[in-house]
Design a protein around this ligand. Structure first.
Ligand SMILES: *[C@@H]1O[C@H](CO)[C@@H](O)[C@H](O)[C@H]1NC(C)=O
Ligand SMILES: *[C@@H]1O[C@H](CO)[C@@H](O)[C@H](O)[C@H]1NC(C)=O
Ligand SMILES: *[C@@H]1O[C@H](CO)[C@@H](O)[C@H](O)[C@H]1NC(C)=O
Ligand SMILES: *[C@@H]1O[C@H](CO)[C@@H](O)[C@H](O)[C@H]1NC(C)=O
Ligand SMILES: *[C@@H]1O[C@H](CO)[C@@H](O)[C@H](O)[C@H]1NC(C)=O
Length: 200
């Protein structure tokens, strides 16, 4: 195969592997011994490729810097992500953890508001439609590849004279002499050749 064709195939495989992350789970805040700092953690799993993780202070929509960010690879090629955030304890904390899968243009988020305990918000609709679109894409590509394979096999078989003679023997065995004769009339052969000339 030509290098360019190979690159395209790799890209196709990469896109087909894209997988939605699970709904992130935000836990915390956990106060440290002095109670001045609190730690939040956020986890999500089974996605591909590696996500972007955003911690957002919803009070003023500023981005916060995580204290840890870990990607855990799984044998099936997907990743889990685990991140922690340490912030000074304040009243009215509103924290959001957002997991972005750039390839699927998907952002899943979980938020924490001080009044109530951690509350899963999010873009579940986006998640669902993303999954459906992805599934439809895979199915149509698989069908297309299948049709292509069948077409190629069919063309090869039709061109192989060896196989044609097998087919004739088969028809003779079944005593379908008339049918086999009709199959190999010169007119038929010529029209088949024309057909292939058009396809190729
Ligand atoms: C708790 O947070 C304060 C403020 O940052 C820090 O000085 C202290 O070392 C922390 N304590 C523990 C046990 O992590
Ligand atoms: C957002 O608010 C926090 C306090 O809640 C403050 O420390 C931070 O500087 C603010 N960021 C911006 C960009 O205003
Ligand atoms: C996901 O959220 C982040 C942070 O708010 C934003 O920068 C990014 O553009 C969002 N991506 C999508 C696909 O919505
Ligand atoms: C999140 O909190 C809101 C009110 O703040 C509530 O209406 C909603 O049902 C909660 N969602 C979940 C998933 O618990
Ligand atoms: C958290 O999620 C709930 C439910 O979707 C939403 O109503 C609320 O506004 C969110 N809180 C923040 C701070 O974004």
């Amino acid at each position: 195969m030509k290098p360019r064709g190979y690159g395209f195939l790799l890209l196709l495989l990469h896109v087909l592997r894209a997988a939605s992350y699970s709904q992130p789970i935000l836990s915390g805040p956990i106060r440290n011994s002095t109670g001045e700092e609190v730690t939040f953690s956020c986890r999500s799993g089974n996605g591909y490729p590696k996500p972007n993780v955003y911690w957002i202070n919803k009070m003023n929509n500023s981005l916060l810097i995580p204290s840890t960010l870990k990607f855990i690879p799984h044998p099936d090629g997907t990743y889990s992500v685990f991140s922690t955030l340490m912030v000074k304890a304040t009243s009215n904390m509103q924290i959001e953890c957002s997991i972005e899968n750039e390839m699927l243009q998907e952002n899943l988020s979980a938020n924490y508001t001080q009044q109530k305990q951690s509350n899963d918000s999010s873009t579940k609709n986006v998640e669902k439609s993303g999954k459906v679109a992805q599934a439809a894409g895979i199915v149509s590509i698989v069908i297309l590849l299948g049709l292509l394979a069948v077409l190629i096999c069919w063309l090869r078989r039709r061109r192989s004279s060896k196989l044609l003679s097998y087919t004739e023997t088969f028809f003779h065995l079944l005593d379908w002499k008339v049918y086999s004769f009709a199959m190999s009339t010169p007119a038929d052969v010529i029209s088949q050749q024309k057909l292939f000339a058009n396809i190729e």
